[in-house]
Design a protein around this ligand. Structure first.
Ligand code: SAH
Ligand code: SF4
Ligand code: F3S
Length: 439
């Protein structure tokens, strides 16, 4: 059917790990001599790098495929369609059967894409849902060119089996990439233009090598010349080692930001979720983190409407939010995922109850985010310039606390600029370039 594709487009959905995978897939296809297109509709090969975490992910993939096909038909073309990512891992066989796609490839097998694409070009189905662990990393081309902020996957998979979550099934067991490959890739990223590296993992702080934890890895990366900032995400409360907490006190490059999902503030719900931390143990961890780094900005994830969640239990989540004062957070309505234990639990909540709780939860989170931003007005900090804004001369970058900062300056993309935070706007901070512009 399809001839060998010459152009490609990768569209990634879901978490930052998928974004990282999407970048590596792009690098891999480029290394095959293919050219990336700006629009999916113009490409000979379209890679949908999918996410399975919430609602109707599979349906979305089907409708995306339908839309892309229709668009291509209008232009008299028939692009090759590859489904990658977590939906591919969870439902690959069915997608191949129902949607007639050309390639299906799981998150641990995408280094085989060139061979799978070649098979599809010969008229076959290229399908690979193997989970060979870390094999892909060794098989991928070296990093060449990246922006000022780059992702680095250090750990994959999850052994936690929260009862609502598909990740342990789509990404497999927890595995840590070896120390030396990570240090080498971090150096390559800096050589390729990165000033900030965000270490990624489904449970990034579960990274271990022997007795070395993520804190030790961060202290090692601290020595890379030219690297200005280190971040990491997403962490699990149970893997918050003292070594990692201490790194927040001692490593200047480690930014004062921690994304530590809690999901609920009620112990019965946490237990039913199999979170293996309690409200209290979570709060005590945050106390230790704040002791190490008093200005740390905290972020979290929340699920409302877990099966059987009562109004009083939900109120515990609101009171936890009040107690913490998050700088920002993500919140979701519980979504039953096929194959997870919670999907079969009694007491699934009506949509209206979830909508109402989500609204109230987000009102609290928005209030705290506004308060956090307002409290930073008057601070001076370094902003890493990431891109141009819409207005002439306007630049957009990030503060140490991961706020978007808008400012006017001649600085280049990738510069670290000394900025006074002068105003908190609804979704960003306004900054003014201070007296001294740092390197
Ligand atoms: N490993 C991380 C995050 C994984 S997924 C952690 O454990 O925190 C990102 C977020 O999606 C989760 O923190 C959770 O809040 C949300 N999520 C996962 N499964 C969900 C589901 N079935 N319904 C609603 N939200 C879900
Ligand atoms: Fe999912 Fe829980 Fe693992 Fe996070 S820790 S990825 S929520 S199972
Ligand atoms: Fe989605 Fe898979 Fe990430 S389900 S959130 S893309 S790990």
């Amino acid at each position: 059917m399809t001839a060998s594709p010459k152009t490609f487009h990768v569209k990634s959905f879901g978490c930052q790990m998928n974004v990282y995978d999407g970048e590596r897939i792009s690098e891999l296809m480029a290394a095959q001599g293919m050219t990336a297109t700006g629009e999916a509709g113009d490409a000979d090969l379209i890679v949908l790098n999918t996410c399975h975490i919430r609602e109707r992910a599979t349906e979305k993939v089907y409708s995306d495929i339908g839309r892309l096909r229709k668009h291509a038909r209008k232009q008299g073309r028939g692009p090759m369609i590859a489904i990658a990512g977590c939906v591919a891992q969870a439902q690959g066989d069915e997608i191949a059967r129902r949607a007639g796609v050309d390639v299906v490839v799981g998150p641990q097998a995408y280094h085989h894409l060139p061979a799978l694409v070649a098979r599809a070009a010969r008229g076959g189905l290229g399908i690979d849902m193997d989970m060979p662990g870390l094999a892909k990393f060794a098989a991928l081309p070296a990093r060449r060119k990246v922006g000022p902020t780059a992702f680095l996957t250090v750990q994959e998979g999850c052994d936690k089996f929260c009862t609502y979550c598909v990740v342990p099934y789509t990404r497999g067991a927890e595995i840590s990439r070896p120390w030396t490959t990570l240090v080498d890739e971090a150096k390559a990223l800096v050589d390729a233009g990165a000033r900030e590296i965000t270490l990624l993992g489904q449970n990034v702080n579960a990274w271990r090598q022997g007795d070395r934890d993520l804190g030790a890895l961060i202290r090692e990366l601290d020595h890379i010349p030219g690297l200005a900032r280190i971040r990491y995400t997403t962490s699990h409360p149970n893997d918050m080692t003292q070594g990692l907490i201490d790194a927040h006190a001692h490593v200047e490059k480690l930014m004062p930001f921690l994304h530590l999902p809690v999901q609920s503030g009620n112990d019965r719900v946490l237990k039913a979720m199999n979170r293996s931390h309690s409200r209290d143990s979570y709060l005590r961890i945050l106390d230790r983190v704040r002791a190490a780094r008093p200005d740390i900005a905290l972020s979290g994830d929340f699920i409302v409407g877990f099966p059987q969640e009562t109004e009083a239990e939900f109120a515990d989540t609101l009171s936890l939010i009040d107690a913490v004062g998050y700088a920002q957070a993500y919140s979701f309505k519980y979504s039953p995922r096929p194959g997870t234990p919670a999907a079969d639990m009694a007491g699934q909540m009506p949509a209206e109850v979830m909508d109402d709780r989500l609204q109230r939860l987000q009102a609290s989170l928005n209030r705290d985010q506004a308060a956090f931003n307002a409290a930073t007005v008057g601070r001076t900090c370094r902003v890493l310039i990431e891109r141009k804004g819409k207005l002439p001369g306007q630049l957009i970058g990030k503060s140490p606390w991961l706020q978007s900062v808008h400012l006017t300056s001649e600085a280049k993309i990738g510069a670290l600029v000394q900025v006074d935070l002068i105003r908190a706007d609804p979704n960003s901070m306004a900054g003014a370039v201070g007296m001294s512009a740092a390197a």
